[in-house]
Design a protein around this ligand. Structure first.
Ligand SMILES: [Fe+2]
Ligand SMILES: [Fe+2]
Length: 312
């Protein structure tokens, strides 16, 4: 391994030790403040949901904030499993890279516990009836069946949008529920190292591929994004149904369909479009792929490209 690459794994370990936090210290004795929004407007796109009262918009932000935590809990199951698989390359080799990846997997296990505990707290603080789409283990098994290149591309994309969401929307949200915001501050601190490690591992895996294997990786990534999209469809439908419980009023069928469409736009923005348009993600792909492959990905994503905040 080149010295500068080894140095980056070593720096990730140092940063991971420096920012490490304890789950009990973060959560014990605290509750969500139901008078405040959870997910900020820049992510929830709440201004695009028409016909809701101010109180219903608050509930919408809290519902989306709950789903946001649960989606992280879900994807981190496959991320930690993937990282543990990657450690195999270093068992009898570079022990610094091994430690960096073990710490990352350990942090993702802690984050999953964080999101599970949050869901228990939310179950106690909100009316019954919330549903999470997708089982973390089944999703993880399906994702890990894809080529390594595809899984690492998806992972890098997720860990980059985690960074982008926190910096652009969550940190500046002065009106947000303090506990919800604090959770994502803590999460973001540990995720900063993950995005670096993802890129190192992604480049390492890419550099060993044949042209044919890389082409399979591109197809695998497109299929994974499609699977994410269909999971989001299920979640949007479940959340639209639960939203009427939260609001305590019946929505007509057309209102429910409009709610599903709006939630789908918000979720596509949060979990797909905001990540794939990150300049860092684009640049890494440009280093690896030829023009035809980049175009293939862009074409596959084009039906989702509408899902971003409206210009004001
Ligand atoms: Fe995480
Ligand atoms: Fe992570």
């Amino acid at each position: 391994m080149a010295n500068d690459v080894q140095e980056r794994y070593a720096r990730a370990i140092d940063a991971s030790k420096r920012v490490r936090w304890d789950l009990n210290n973060l959560l014990d004795g605290r509750e969500f403040d139901l008078r405040r929004p959870f997910l900020p407007k820049g992510l929830s796109l709440e201004n695009e949901f028409l016909g809701l009262s101010a109180h219903e918009k608050l509930l919408l932000s809290q519902l989306q904030g709950r789903t946001y935590a649960n989606i992280f809990g879900l994807v981190e199951r496959f991320i930690s499993a993937k990282v543990l698989q990657l450690t195999q390359n270093y068992w009898f080799g570079d022990q610094v890279a091994l430690e960096a990846l073990i710490r990352m997997a350990d942090e993702e296990l802690k984050h999953q516990e964080l999101f599970r505990r949050m869901e228990v707290m939310m179950t106690n603080q909100f009316p019954r009836g919330y549903k999470q789409a997708g089982d973390p283990n089944s999703v993880a098994q399906a994702v890990l069946a894809a080529p390594s290149w595809s899984v690492l591309a998806l992972t890098l994309h997720i860990e980059l949008f985690t960074q982008a969401h926190y910096r652009a929307s969550i940190a500046p949200g002065t009106d947000l529920c303090p506990l919800w915001q604090d959770v994502f501050l803590h999460h973001w601190r540990e995720e900063a190292q993950h995005a670096i490690l993802d890129e190192l591992e992604f480049r390492r895996v890419d550099s060993a591929l044949t042209l044919e294997e890389r082409a399979e990786g591109v197809d695998g990534l497109i299929a994974l994004v499609g699977a994410v999209d269909s999971l989001l469809q299920d979640q949007a439908r479940a959340d639209a149904g639960y939203f009427s419980v939260l609001c305590g009023r019946r929505f007509s069928d057309p209102e429910i369909e409009a709610m599903v469409d709006n939630l789908m736009k918000a979720y596509r923005w949060q979990y797909i479009v905001s990540g794939v348009t990150e300049p860092k993600f684009q640049n890494v792909l440009k280093d690896m792929l030829n023009d035809a492959q980049l175009e293939k990905i862009a074409q596959a994503l084009s039906p989702l490209a509408y899902a971003k905040p409206n210009e004001h």
